[in-house]
Design a protein around this ligand. Structure first.
Ligand SMILES: Nc1ncnc2c1ncn2[C@@H]1O[C@H](COP(=O)(O)OP(=O)(O)OP(=O)(O)O)[C@@H](O)[C@H]1O
Ligand SMILES: [Mg+2]
Length: 234
């Protein structure tokens, strides 16, 4: 999979489209999406339910494939990539954060965070050191041994963010990261994301219904019926 040379963009899509087939029915989830994201941006996408936000994040993260258009992410042509290349791409480049955290309920916070490191072959000892540092970074150094059921929603989301960061991804895709939180917890998660963006230069692409995120965005977009419009450029 040859890297595409010369582009300064982390993400570049041209005319991206996604059509789902459900029996004989066609659902057009994305139409002609042109999106360019530079390293260090904090891009926020809003839009009504069903407008295509999750679909777009799934394409950008190599979880799903477009049905039309071009896309190049971290220099990788994701349309041409083989399934194996797509799996490697996901592992090496992307951190995901979801509305419902997606933590393993039987593992404690630290074990949830270090799972991707162990899966990648890092020793248990080295993984632990890095995992503890990640938990400290999200303000949860004192909750290593707690299982998800023993943590608040905001704390669980912090664990999920630590897990997303642990492999040093090029960017983080977050789908409704504050969607299941009360407003105080949501605000503290937003502050954490902004801090990671500003102090560490981590690029974020966030899909949300939470308009507070627009206030901290460097670039904002609105998806309406699969069409992406710029909401404001920073
Ligand atoms: N696997 C699928 N098969 C068929 N249709 C799908 C599939 N996934 C999503 N869709 C449809 O694609 C459209 C976009 O869905 P998507 O989940 O991207 O919306 P969304 O903006 O994330 O909505 P929400 O704000 O509710 O999360 C919807 O009409 C949805 O029903
Ligand atoms: Mg969604």
């Amino acid at each position: 999979m040859p890297p595409v040379t010369g582009s300064q963009y982390l993400i570049e899509t041209t005319g991206l489209g996604k059509v789902y087939h459900r029996g004989t029915e066609e659902v057009v989830a994305l139409r002609n999406v042109n999106l360019s994201v530079l390293p260090g941006e904090f891009a926020v996408m809003i839009g009504p339910s069903g407008s295509g936000k999750s679909t777009l994040l799934h394409l950008l993260g190599g979880i799903d494939r477009p049905t039309s258009g071009e896309m190049c992410v971290t220099g990788v042509d994701l349309v041409a990539a083989s399934d194996a290349a797509l799996t490697r791409f996901r592992r090496d480049n992307i951190g995901f954060v979801f509305q419902f955290y997606n933590l393993l309920p039987s593992l404690n916070a630290l074990d949830n965070v270090i799972l991707p490191l162990l899966a990648k072959g890092m020793s248990w000892k080295a993984s632990r050191v890095r995992g503890v540092a990640m938990l400290e970074q999200v303000g949860l150094g004192h909750r290593q041994k707690h299982t998800p059921g023993q943590l608040s929603g905001g704390e669980q989301q912090r664990v999920a963010i630590a897990r997303a960061l642990v492999l040093e991804p090029r960017f983080i895709l977050a789908d409704e990261p504050t969607g299941d939180l009360d407003s105080a917890s949501a605000n503290s998660i937003i502050a954490l994301l902004v801090d990671l963006n500003q102090r560490q230069g981590i690029t974020f692409i966030v899909a949300t219904h939470n308009l507070d995120l627009l206030k901290v965005a460097s670039h904002s977009y609105e998806l309406v019926d699969g069409l992406l419009n710029t909401a404001n450029s920073g």
